[in-house]
Design a protein around this ligand. Structure first.
Ligand code: SAM
Length: 229
């Protein structure tokens, strides 16, 4: 696509030549796999750049060094755009659908990523294992569940002092109803960052982990979704 750098620039993001090239490769592979795997309903090129790539990249304002886990990565959002912008970050995708994991593996190779791991499984099972529990500086997630459910999927992965970054639309109501979930799981809201993506109202909900999560969470058996904390 022409004028990619200018488009990112409109949202305050500077792109190098190499990064612009990687977003181009990403778009091509997404289009190719979308026909087989049904990864996204957004397919028009400029729309993919704005609604997927730029939306994902906005989160880097809150991300420095360390490691990051993304829950329900699907076609790689927000994880892969973040990795393109911050190659030194060690990143892990968690995705329950095998075909999407296959796509993510191919994508990681095509983009020449190092320290890029794809886990095919459910968040609420993986966070019970010692290898992943409270091991990450950042946990991101977009379009996976309501905020109270998402808290129970994501917060167990985050280290004390780390951040849980949820990508949402208009989320005031969802955050209000999640006061108990945040408290029980050991987080407090640090900041709500609102921005406009064309005409769409978007929010990043940034929560800081202040206490360890009690071992009994996540509860499993679908309780996170059916009976949120
Ligand atoms: N995050 C991507 C995005 O913003 O485009 C994908 C969003 S898609 C609507 C939700 C994805 O989360 C699906 O690919 C689904 O398989 C995955 N997912 C849902 N619940 C999950 C769970 N508990 N653990 C792991 N993956 C999950």
């Amino acid at each position: 696509m022409k004028h990619v750098k200018e488009l990112f620039n409109k949202y305050g993001i500077e792109l190098s030549e190499g990064q612009a090239e990687k977003f181009g490769l990403y778009y091509n592979l997404l289009t190719e796999y979308n026909e087989k795997f049904n990864i996204t309903s957004v397919t028009e090129e400029k729309e993919v750049y704005i609604k997927h790539f730029i939306d994902s990249v906005i989160g880097i304002k809150f991300i420095n060094k360390g490691n990051l886990i993304d829950i329900g990565s699907g076609g790689g959002f927000p994880l892969v755009p973040i990795k393109i912008m911050k190659e030194d970050l060690s990143v892990t995708a968690v995705e329950s659908t095998g075909k999407k994991c296959e796509f993510l593996e191919v994508l990681g190779e095509k983009l020449g990523f190092k320290n890029f791991t794809v886990l095919n499984g459910r968040a609420e099972e993986l966070s019970k294992t010692a290898a992943y529990r409270e091991k990450f500086d950042y946990c991101t997630s977009r379009a996976v569940a309501r905020y109270n459910t998402l808290c129970e999927y994501c917060i167990p992965f985050v280290k004390k002092g780390g951040l849980f970054i949820a990508y949402k639309g208009d989320a005031d109501e969802e955050v209000k109803e999640s006061e108990n979930a945040l408290k029980v799981l050991g987080c407090k809201i640090k900041e709500k960052y609102d921005f406009l993506l064309e005409d769409a109202k978007r929010s990043l909900i940034i929560a800081e982990k202040i206490k360890n999560t009690p071992e009994k969470y996540p509860r499993g058996h679908g309780k996170e979704r059916k009976n949120p904390l």
